[in-house]
Design a protein around this ligand. Sequence first.
Ligand SMILES: CC(C)(COP(=O)(O)OP(=O)(O)OC[C@H]1O[C@@H](n2cnc3c(N)ncnc32)[C@H](O)[C@@H]1OP(=O)(O)O)[C@@H](O)C(=O)NCCC(=O)NCCS
Length: 182
Amino acid sequence: MLRTERLILRAWADDDLARFEKISGDPEVMEFYPQPLTKEQSHSMGARVQSLLDERGWGFWPVELSNQKKCIGFVGLHVPKDNLPCFPCVEIAWRLAKEHWGQGYATEAANESLRYAFAELGLDEVVSFTTLANARSQAVMQKLGMSNTGNNFMHPDIEKAHPQCEHVLYKITRREWERNAI
Ligand SMILES: CC(C)(COP(=O)(O)OP(=O)(O)OC[C@H]1O[C@@H](n2cnc3c(N)ncnc32)[C@H](O)[C@@H]1OP(=O)(O)O)[C@@H](O)C(=O)NCCC(=O)NCCS
């Protein structure tokens, strides 16, 4: 379990899968994905990230407000599929329920995930990627001290003609993170 000033990043509990389904099925949350996830897609993705977290002890953590026992979304580290040009890499990602946006929670949880990646796992680099139009997510990347590599890529799982196919790739190295942490 990881803690920040306002948040807890913890193991998956019984009702988190239903929460993940609800958030991933919300068209506003999923605006920058080809479409919201169906119940079945959410279920299989949620079950996969839950078992990866159990296996490794790190991953895509449910994020809870520490003063209320309430899961507001999911933030953390993930090893993306080997069909991405940045592979092998560890990415940092986030997906919060709409009603909790705009309060700095994604940045707070992601900062703790980055600390874990560098200080506990000893990684050399962490990447993050999203569609060109997802300015909100890119703002989080920038606030974390990540920089745009300029190496945009076409996501192999999205049709080339789709407006969300082109992705930006951000990254931060351990040295950059250590420098920022001083
Ligand atoms: C991206 C997301 C996690 C951000 O969560 P959040 O808790 O609101 O993020 P924070 O409050 O920590 O930071 C958001 C930043 O984006 C900025 N922002 C908000 N809307 C923006 C917009 N339309 N354009 C540019 N920046 C924007 C905010 O001003 C804030 O920066 P600031 O604190 O310097 O003002 C949340 O919107 C989300 O879950 N989106 C859907 C899922 C998603 O897109 N995930 C990423 C896919 S890779």
